[in-house]
Each structure stands twice: as C-alpha cells, then as structure tokens.
Design a protein around this ligand. Structure first.
Ligand SMILES: [Mn+2]
Length: 324
C-alpha cells in the first residue's frame, strides 16, 4: 500500500482546476470513480473536466455526468492537476497519456497490485475492492457531502469490481460503505439489472460462439475459449460486449483456470484469465500483463497458435506450481 494521503488532500485543497481520467475500455469502477470524483470536486467549488480514452460504455450512460465525459483534449494546461483513476500504468490512458503525464501534479488513485506508482502522489491500496472505495474515503477526508449522484456512481464502481459483492475482495468495509451509499435513495435492484443481468442480444450470440469453441486441458482444470474480431463483427457485438465472457470458462464445475483468447488479427491476441485460487496476476505478469489475483490479462503480439501454446505452457506451470 502506498499512501500519500495527506499530501493529496493538501494538493486538492490548494488546486482549482482538475483533469480527471479513467482507463481505456473503462469498466464500472473506472467510470463510477471518475464521475464520483468529478461531482465531489465540483461540489467543493473546483473546476473539473472528465475524460476517458475512447467512450463511456453504453450501459453506464445512465449515470449523471456520463454525457459530459470527453475523449480528447486538444490543448492540455500543464498547470492543471491531473487525477488518474483505476489505471495500473499510464499506457492505460491511450492517446491521452501524454497530455495527462505532462501535468505538473499527477495524482494516481488505484487498487491494482501491479500499479506502477507513476504519480507525483499515489493513493494505491490493493486491499480496496475497488478504486471506488478509495474515492469514497478520499471524498470524506476532503469534507465532500455525499449526494445521490456520487452515491450512485460509487455504488456502480464498487458493485462492478466485487462482481455484485460475490468476489472474495468484498470486505466488511465494502459493505459498510455500500450501506451508507444506500441511504441516498438508490435502487440496488434496478442498478444490478442494468449492470449485470441485462446484456444486448449481440453479447449472447458472441457467448454462443465462445462456448461452441470450448476446449478443456490439464484434466479439465483449464477451460479455454477463443473469439476473434471477425466473430465479434459477425455477431454485431462491440468490444465492450466481450466483458464477462471469460467468466463462463472459469465457472464450469472443476475448472481452476478459465482463459479467453481474443484474436485481434494474425499478430495480436488479447488474453483474459479468471481463476478460483491460482494467482493469475502473477501468471499474466510473466506474459507482460497484469491485474488482480483472480482476474487478470495480457496482450501478446504473435499469431494465435504461438500465443496459445505459450499461454497454455505458462498456465499449466502455474497450476503445477500451486499444487507443489
Ligand atoms: Mn477497479
């Protein structure tokens, strides 16, 4: 855990203008943390612009402030304080990396174990289930009064990264924060329907393809699925529709490690890992990727067969090491 908490509070109090950003292909934690932080800072009189590389995924558009998130910044003002949310490293900022990293003061708020501590000040706690938890504590320390907008954004952040409070990263602190957020009139039923249950038809068509290509290895302890950009296009699915598919491989009874290959083209493959007990953050780390202990990923620049062999070799090794 790295905490420049008091310096961050002082810096925020003394700054007037802020650029806030989520990571690329943002998940609920990244967008929720971004919007909550934005609303919180505005409520104490700060001038805030919110950014995401790319765009806000459709399913988070209902959140207040989502329509104001920009995806480009032509003339960055380096005297503005940058706050980077839920990003383990600056590469995750895509085309906005340079303009954000040029800011004189960079505040890095995250919960990934693999965070590179690239900020001027870092507030990184891997024991937090979500960046949203860290943002909640920070807003409290800044004297921000939680309102419905902030509560809803933080609820989305925390419920996303805890898989709707099903993952082992869910702690008593998580539930205490959520209990307070619920006092602001949120509707957990309709929020979880929007975030977890409802998916476009294209998602299910893509899932059908993924399951059709299911392969089992290591005495059925590894389940592997493969999708390609072509399949995705054929199903009418967006890149965001890939989210969650990898979980189906891990959820098969007896499977320890679920892997999803997403073939971008014949020299680039994105790999997602989900596990029951193997540390996939370490596994992904060996393949130049990163993430969390039970959910991680990497991107390899080679053809599918080469990538598959390499990943399977490392995955089987990770299973064996664990058993030993
Ligand atoms: Mn997160």
């Amino acid at each position: 855990m790295t905490e420049d908490r008091s310096k961050i509070i002082e810096t925020i109090k003394n700054s007037r203008k802020f650029y806030l950003i989520s990571h690329m292909q943002p998940d609920g934690d990244s967008i929720g943390s971004l919007l909550a932080m934005g609303e919180g800072l505005r409520s104490i009189g700060k001038e805030v612009k919110t950014f995401t590389p790319g765009s806000v995924p459709r399913k988070y558009n209902f959140l207040e402030g989502a329509d104001q998130v920009k995806h480009d910044l032509i003339d960055g003002d380096p005297t503005t304080t940058a706050i980077i949310l839920d990003s383990s490293d600056p590469e995750r900022l895509g085309l906005l990396k340079d303009v954000f990293m040029q800011c004189q003061i960079i505040i890095n708020i995250d919960h990934h174990v693999t965070n590179q501590l690239f900020g001027t000040f870092n507030l990184v706690s891997s024991s937090a289930s979500a960046t949203g938890e860290i943002v909640y504590e920070l807003l409290k320390d800044l004297g921000v009064k939680i309102n419905t907008t902030i509560a809803e954004a933080l609820y989305v952040a925390i419920s996303t990264d805890t898989g709707s409070f099903k993952y082992d990263n869910t702690t008593p602190a998580t539930h205490r924060i959520i209990a307070e957020l619920l006092t602001y009139g949120l509707s957990p039923g309709s929020l979880s329907q929007k975030m977890f249950d409802e998916r476009p038809l294209a998602f299910y068509l893509l899932l059908k393809e993924a399951i059709a290509g299911l392969e089992m290895y290591a005495n059925r302890r590894i389940a592997l699925m493969t999708l390609s950009r072509d399949m995705r296009k054929r199903c009418g699915a967006s890149p965001g529709d890939l989210e969650g598919i990898v979980n189906y491989s891990r959820n098969i009874e007896g499977v320890e490690l679920g892997i999803l290959f997403y073939v971008e083209n014949n020299q680039e493959v994105k790999v997602g890992f989900r596990s029951r007990s193997v540390d996939v953050s370490a596994l992904a780390g060996k393949l130049n990727g990163g993430g969390h202990a039970r959910a991680a990923g990497c991107r390899l620049y080679d053809d599918y067969e080469t990538v598959k062999n390499k990943v399977l070799t490392e995955a089987i090794k990770a299973l064996t090491d664990q058993a030993g």
